[in-house]
Design a protein around this ligand. Structure first.
Ligand code: 5GP
Ligand code: ZN
Length: 115
């Protein structure tokens, strides 16, 4: 999608601090971190939100996202202390960028429930 900021990050058209990338996914630092570690893991393919995932995405894209998350959680030394994975979906879910993304938050005690 030409006007999607996360597609622009995938294409290198706007800068991001990329911490992991493979054929299917990219992970980068959130521009407004809410925890000492706050990464966004996204598919390279533009998928607007969790409700737009098709069967093939669920079989092929989501496993790659979670493989990246587990790899990054270990790399950022969060596997023992713990961390949170968040997907905001739709306006009331708090989604502000309409390219599906998973937040990986850690490095401090996180509160529950979210606001
Ligand atoms: P959402 O609210 O949709 O779940 O999360 C969107 C996230 O993207 C927010 O945490 C926000 O700080 C982050 N974000 C928005 N624009 C940019 C950007 O241009 N670069 C980066 N790295 N993060 C962004
Ligand atoms: Zn996009």
């Amino acid at each position: 999608m030409s006007d999607c900021i996360f597609c622009k990050i995938v294409k290198g058209e706007i800068p991001a601090n990329i911490v992991y990338e493979n054929e299917m996914v990219v992970a980068f630092n959130d521009i407004s971190p809410q925890a000492p570690v706050h990464l966004l893991i996204i598919p390279k393919k533009h998928i607007s939100s969790a409700v737009d995932l098709n069967q093939q995405d669920i079989k092929e894209v989501i496993p790659e996202i979670f493989l990246a998350i587990t790899k990054l959680a270990k790399e950022f030394k969060l596997e023992d202390s713990g961390f949170r994975i968040v997907n905001n979906c739709g306006r009331e879910g708090g989604q502000t960028v309409d390219h599906i993304h998973f937040h990986l938050l850690g490095g401090r005690q996180l509160q529950w429930p979210p606001g």
